[in-house]
Design a protein around this ligand. Structure first.
Ligand SMILES: Cc1cc2nc3c(=O)[nH]c(=O)nc-3n(C[C@H](O)[C@H](O)[C@H](O)COP(=O)(O)OP(=O)(O)OC[C@H]3O[C@@H](n4cnc5c(N)ncnc54)[C@H](O)[C@@H]3O)c2cc1C
Length: 517
């Protein structure tokens, strides 16, 4: 509602913007004006302030306005305004989604959590309270000073919010599960706009749902996570190999996830294979990490098989340095401002399937490899029992992975420069996925799980969590959000993956009841 002269003037600004750009809906103009009136310090016009998003498809999106609340009560005021005026919104955590509109709302309100960037270590040093808009590099730097650590992401500028709500693969996952498994409490503004602290004891259902169920349950303003003691430094080894070494690499990869990681829980790795345009060369560059090995001159025994494979001359790099430095390095390799697709499947470990996928990759690469800025990669993420066993703790999580390891999560990471090339990359990605999925299915190793944080928008993430978990997520979501504010479709909270759909193309309330029967 427009009551003050201030909000009338903001409304006039919107009207004058409309003359230039007819994209802003009047509902959102009213909601923006209402927020500008109640919390002016948090309000930014669509082009004001800094709205940094990792993928340039996301930056192409122009919101009606952007808000930077600084406490849960302000988030609640914002939600009330969007509901009252029926304006759609998107929540920005660390801004690393590749899907357009995930964390920036086209003609709607972008709720930017960047001021929720605090890290408060508990007095007993058992847990840490982390702001819902924090990024992992800041978290690690703060904890390293105290020789403490959490299970978090592998790249400094990725958000705690999106990563943890979707799962969260970490360098510590082989001992402690994924990031979501370490959360002891969520401070959340629920869809009914109330501010609550959700724990296993206060609300087991919502606590369970938030540990992998994504952004369908409210705005998380803080995560309380388990701490553990450790030195800041980790060992990281990288070596580049040409593609003729694929047979040896895949054999080493298979042994690593099926045997080595069970014997040595401090050993983790991910295995990228890709085309390097500047050298016109196909290369693999395993990133190997060890939690306790102390020397930057020797390799831990866990990586002996990789050490034995001849790499590209002078391509080996070994460091022993703080985790935050290592995650900064990976951030530098993933620059802002590119266009990207991630897509993913999961299968029971199979060297034969890995090999066939890499063959398909080399065929599907041809139409895109010369396009400007092309950085197309396949990344294999080993997911041994060390990851999936801890998923049973604290009442379990909804991912449907508990006890299923060893698995391989295969991810494409297609990066390119120009919008004009979008269709070419989408097409090649679609084709590789169709073929890779068929290969894994024919080999009898495909599992339904789709990792939300590496998924593309066309993928049915929650179906992959299993029928029972999906039904439970839907039920919890409907119970806490009967009006579907955080549902997909015609719900107001837009972007990423939604547990329930609202409106004629999705699950209406009646349909949800039918689903449950
Ligand atoms: C370079 C790079 C490296 C990565 N490394 C890893 C890795 O090591 N391990 C791993 O598991 N994944 C990794 N990912 C995937 C990453 O987990 C997802 O992209 C994740 O969604 C990023 O979260 P964000 O907060 O940065 O992004 P955002 O785009 O801000 O958020 C993603 C979605 O989560 C929602 N969201 C974010 N914060 C909140 C909140 N506080 N409350 C409610 N909803 C919220 C938003 O609505 C948005 O739709 C990586 C991604 C990139 C691009």
């Amino acid at each position: 509602m427009l009551h003050s002269i201030y909000s009338v003037s903001v409304f006039c600004v919107f009207l004058s913007f409309d003359v230039r750009r007819s994209s802003t809906s009047s509902n959102c103009e009213l909601a923006c004006a209402s927020i500008a009136e109640s919390i002016p310090h948090a309000f930014f016009l669509r082009d004001e302030g800094v709205n940094t998003l990792w993928d340039s498809k996301q930056s192409d999106v122009i919101p009606a306005c952007r808000v930077e609340p600084s406490n849960p009560e302000e988030v609640s005021i914002i939600l009330k305004a969007t509901i009252e005026e029926q304006c759609h919104f998107a929540i920005r955590g660390g801004g690393h989604s590749r899907i357009s509109g995930s964390s920036n709302a086209e003609k709607g309100i972008t709720v930017d959590l960047k001021t929720f960037n605090f890290i408060e270590i508990g007095k007993d040093k058992k847990t840490v309270r982390i702001g819902g808009g924090s990024v992992w590099g800041d978290v690690y730097r703060a904890l390293e000073k105290e020789r403490l650590m959490v299970v978090g992401g592998r790249v400094s500028d990725v958000g705690v919010g999106g990563l943890t709500l979707g799962g969260g693969i970490s360098f510590f996952s082989n001992k402690r599960g994924w990031a979501c498994d370490s959360v002891t409490a969520f401070e959340v503004v629920l869809p009914n706009t109330s501010v609550q602290i959700v724990t296993k004891d206060s609300n087991l259902d919502v606590y369970w749902a938030l540990r992998g169920g994504g952004n369908s349950f409210g705005v998380v303003t803080a995560f309380h996570m388990e701490l553990f003691e450790r030195k800041p430094e980790i060992w990281r080894g990288m070596r580049m190999y040409t593609f003729d070494k694929i047979p040896e690499l895949l054999a080493a990869q298979h042994k690593f996830v099926t045997e080595v990681q069970a014997q040595d829980p401090d050993a983790v790795a991910f295995f990228p294979y890709g085309y390097h345009q500047p050298y016109d060369l196909l290369m693999s560059m395993p990133t190997m990490v060890h939690g306790t090995h102390n020397s930057n001159e020797t390799w831990p025994a866990a990586f002996d098989d990789f050490k034995a494979i001849e790499g590209i001359p002078d391509s080996t790099s070994i460091v022993h340095k703080p985790l935050s430095d290592c995650t900064d390095d990976v951030a530098l390799m993933n620059p802002y401002g590119m266009r990207t697709i991630y897509q993913t499947i999961t299968y029971k470990v199979s060297t034969e399937v890995d090999r066939k996928i890499l063959e398909i990759y080399q065929e599907e690469l041809q139409p895109i490899k010369s396009l400007e800025g092309a950085v197309p990669f396949i990344i294999f993420h080993p997911t041994p029992a060390g990851h999936t066993d801890p998923m049973k703790k604290n009442g379990g999580n909804p991912l449907g992975l508990a006890g299923l390891g060893p698995l391989m999560i295969m991810q494409t990471s297609w990066m390119w420069k120009n919008k004009a090339d979008d269709e070419a990359f989408y097409e090649s990605n679609r084709s590789i996925f169709e073929r890779a999925t068929a290969v894994a299915r024919e080999a009898g190793v495909l599992v339904p799980y789709i990792y939300q944080n590496y998924a593309w928008e066309s993928q049915d993430v929650f179906a992959g969590y299993g029928k029972e978990n999906q039904a439970r997520l839907k039920k919890i979501q409907s119970q806490i959000d009967p009006d579907g504010v955080f549902a997909g479709g015609e719900g107001l909270s837009k972007g990423y993956f939604k547990v329930n759909m609202k409106g004629k193309h999705g699950n209406t309330k009646a349909q949800q009841t039918k689903d449950e029967l």
